[in-house]
Design a protein around this ligand. Structure first.
Ligand code: C3B
Length: 817
């Protein structure tokens, strides 16, 4: 990326004040005196949007008229986070906004707080999509994000009196939402069900019902690039024409049912993360947004043409399939080409395979989506025919490549047997040009394990692109103090568009003055977080203790249980005097995690963490030594507050299970040290920051495999380490459940008999490395030197670099001229 200095504001403060006033008057119809913080938020957002409008329209025009292939990022989730300050940053208007709002008698922070965070994603996958479209716009690459405008985003998490997770609906559209532009004039019809008939020797799909997909457009402003791309999220509306035939039979409710149900399609985000649910509505959602997006792209790139030459389609746009969720797009494009535009099979297949690429985001084979043939046949009968045909052609192709029948059988896209299924990852691999994993280790394991047969026969399809995060949101907006120090240290702010420049900080790790300033920044961030936490959640966090954080979805493979077991062991040791009180390094541990509502073990773990927090925080014996906080409803906003204040970050998944992780990157870039396993992108982070600046523990992938082979017996580890035994016994004997021995029995039984993710086997090395961590922390200069080296050496993990890798290895396109 060409380095950019910060953009210059298009307005003066005085002009911006006038613009806000105008919006208040003509949009909201309130006077300056009447305006609430929320009014000022809406008015200033609308005013900011106007400044993006010119660039947005020119970018769209150039995208269509230029000769640069565009990128279509198809994703069921975009976890955008708040929009206003991001837009202000990218326009260079942050200080003009602050000054204008103050002049109007409001607190800028409260105005920004009035924005409701859109939670249209579960976790890493959705946030990655948001980082990617930010980077594409910043690089000036023409791109569309395509997804769903769910009416209800990821549930709001609360905890009840017993510490259990309670889910509340996230009705984010209940308030005025100034960023999305609903465009009824560019809607698409998406159909479902019915049957396929033969007419003149051609297959004709006669769907049973249709829904209107209406685009809601969000501008995606690039940082200092002058480009504004589009995030097009589809909302389902019913057609008001309804089935008169049924109506005439006076079955009114039956007649309107499809209309009512149509709007359900975009109503709610599925709250499962990396565990597909296989529900009918979910397949409807997937097809809904993908079909609308493909037709939209044809509309955009062949305006007004009845018979466009779609053999040029792959030169106009390349579609990235973000995990298996949009893979139904492959048979849909085949159907469009064959049934709607009359292409023959081979031409259609050629266009389709050139158009799509697939990113896999998981390593758990059970997490790859499969759809029952029966369900697809019922909902999308024509697509099921096409998938079967793809499967037949593919098996033929395989016969030309190998004589290994077993292997060919393993690679079937449509499985055999009484309950045949469609494996979406296989369909994506067969139907696209490239397949990539999201970190080096992950891509390697995809080739060696998950998609091994495919990589053996189609080695050239496979590549890696390591994930990244946007430095605009996760450093500049989240951590203004560190950003200012980086700019001071480097003598330029160009690092925001060329993050590798951070390397220039490495020599400053030996400059005591700089190290002290860095330490001051971290401390100020801790104080700021403590104030925020007090204000928002009501707890006291002592900024003079080590801030140690584990935030991510709650999943057994991520092993929050390892952290909680070690924490209990530490608590017991302080309390029983096994460790001398003076030797205890004071620590404050923060958790943040949502569990899928139906994931029993994950929810029980949440309850355990909350109750450990309750017991520990109320025990005078450990006061000042150990505290545990679990703020509810971890989201992008909380991440932006907590990450800059963290000193020690936990990335402790079982090796071979976390595809990449992106939190790990955000923490390192904000100067936290990582305690972690050799998993996902941790491996690359450690390589870059240096082994001496990373706390490594636990088994490697090979060791994990060997232990499975040998026969894993978790009870052995329980017996062997008295710290672990103590921790588990305390849970069993009711220490964290008011004496009740049953509350956590399912967790304990699982650990002692199954422990699928080998938490117990890694306990000892995890507990032991804490001594090393604490020794280092006692030497603040050394700790902070290492923290600076983490910042300096992780510029690689910018999502700008990820995008450049995709452009070079997969998409073969670049910025607009
Ligand atoms: C996640 C993976 O679990 C993370 O390791 C990875 O960093 C991110 O995707 C982004 O690549 N993931 C997710 O959040 N949801 C899924 N369904 C699958 C993977």
């Amino acid at each position: 990326m060409t380095e950019q200095t910060a953009p210059k504001s298009p307005v003066t403060t005085e002009q911006f004040i006038e613009e806000i006033k105008e919006q208040l008057k003509y949009n909201q119809g309130v006077t300056v005196e009447q305006a609430t913080d929320a009014d000022i938020y809406v008015a200033s957002s609308l005013a900011v949007r106007r400044h993006l409008m010119d660039s947005w329209t020119t970018t769209q025009k150039d995208t269509v008229e230029g000769n640069t292939k565009a990128v279509g990022y198809l994703s069921a989730e975009f976890l955008m986070g708040k929009q206003l300050r991001n837009a202000l940053l990218n326009l260079g208007m942050l200080s003009e906004f602050d000054d204008a709002v103050k002049a109007l008698g409001h607190d800028p922070q409260l105005v920004v707080d009035a924005e409701y965070e859109p939670g249209l994603g579960n976790g890493g996958l959705g946030r990655l999509a948001a980082c990617f479209i930010d980077s594409l716009a910043s690089l000036g690459v023409p791109a569309f994000g395509y997804g769903i405008q769910y009416k209800y985003g990821i549930f709001k998490q609360e905890f009840d009196a017993e510490g259990k997770q309670v889910e509340r609906p996230d009705y984010w559209l209940a308030n005025e939402e100034p960023w999305g532009h609903i465009d009824y004039n560019r809607s698409q019809k998406v159909s479902f069900g019915g049957s396929v008939v033969e007419e003149d020797g051609k297959k004709v799909w006669k769907p049973a019902w249709s829904v209107r997909a209406v685009p809601v457009d969000y501008m995606v402003p690039g940082y200092a690039s002058g480009r504004v791309n589009t995030l097009r999220l589809w909302s389902a509306k019913s057609y008001d024409e309804f089935d008169l035939l049924t109506f005439n039979k006076s079955e009114y409710l039956d007649a309107v049912k499809p209309q009512v149900e149509a709007e359900n399609i975009s109503k709610i985000l599925y709250p499962e993360d990396s565990t597909p649910q296989g529900k009918r509505l979910r397949l409807e959602q997937q097809y809904f947004f993908v079909a609308a997006s493909l037709h939209d792209a044809i509309r955009v790139f062949y305006p007004g043409q009845d018979k466009p030459d779609l053999t040029t389609f792959p030169n106009k746009i390349t579609f990235q399939l973000n995990d298996t969720h949009p893979v139904i797009g492959i048979p849909e494009l085949m159907r469009i080409l064959i049934d709607e535009y009359g292409y023959d099979w081979n031409t259609a297949w050629d266009i389709t395979t050139k158009t799509f690429n697939y990113t896999c985001h998981t390593l758990l084979p059970e997490a790859l989506e499969v759809w029952p043939v029966d369900l697809i046949s019922e909902l999308l009968p024509r697509h099921m025919q096409i998938i079967n045909e793809i499967n037949d052609h593919f098996l033929e192709e395989l016969k030309g490549l190998t004589r290994d029948k077993e292997r060919i059988n393993r690679m079937r896209i449509v499985t055999e047997g009484d309950y045949p299924q469609v494996r979406m990852a296989y369909l994506a691999t067969a139907g696209g040009s490239h397949v990539n994993g999201v970190a080096e280790l992950h891509s390697q394991l995809l080739k060696d394990v998950t998609l091994r047969d495919f990589s053996d026969l189609f080695p050239k399809k496979f590549t890696n692109v390591t994930n990244g995060v946007t430095p605009r949101r996760f450093i500049r907006l989240a951590n203004p103090r560190l950003s200012a120090l980086i700019t001071e240290g480097l003598g330029t702010d160009k690092w925001l568009s060329d993050l590798e420049l951070l390397q220039g900080l490495a020599p400053l790790a030996n400059d005591d003055e700089f190290v002290k300033k860095f330490a001051e920044v971290k401390h100020a961030n801790k104080v700021a977080f403590a104030n925020f936490a007090k204000d928002r959640y009501g707890f006291d966090a002592n900024p003079d203790t080590m801030f140690n954080t584990m935030v991510k979805r709650l999943h057994e493979y991520k092993r929050q249980s390892l952290k909680i077991l070690a924490l209990i062991a530490r608590y017991a040791a302080i309390k029983n005097g096994t460790i001398n009180a003076d030797d205890v390094l004071p620590r404050t541990v923060f958790f943040g995690a949502k569990a899928a509502p139906g994931y029993y073990m994950a929810k029980l773990t949440i309850q355990l963490i909350n109750n450990v927090a309750r017991v520990v925080n109320n025990d005078p014996d450990v006061k000042g030594k150990l505290a545990v906080h679990f703020p509810a409803n971890y989201n992008v906003r909380l991440a932006q507050h907590l990450i800059p204040a963290t000193e020690l970050d936990e990335q402790i998944s079982q090796a071979g299970k976390e595809a990449s992780g992106t939190g790990n990157m955000k923490f390192a870039l904000n100067g936290a040290l990582t305690v972690g396993t050799l998993d996902g992108a941790n491996v690359e982070i450690r390589e870059r920051v240096g082994a001496e600046n990373f706390f490594l523990f636990g088994m490697t992938v090979d060791e994990v495999d060997a232990l499975y082979e040998e026969g894993y017996n978790p009870a052995k580890y329980y017996e062997a380490d008295p710290r672990l035994k103590m921790a588990i016994d305390m849970i069993s004997n009711g220490t964290f459940s008011d004496g009740d021995r049953n509350t956590y029995a399912p967790l304990v039984a699982d650990w002692l008999t199954k422990d699928y993710f080998m938490t117990l086997a890694d306990f000892t090395s995890y507990a032991d490395i804490q001594y090393q961590i604490e020794d280092l922390y006692r030497n603040p200069m050394e700790w902070n030197r290492k923290a600076i080296l983490n910042v300096a050496n992780t510029g690689f993990f910018s999502s700008d670099r990820s995008m450049e890798d995709y452009l070079e290895r997969i998409w073969h396109t670049g910025p607009l001229a």
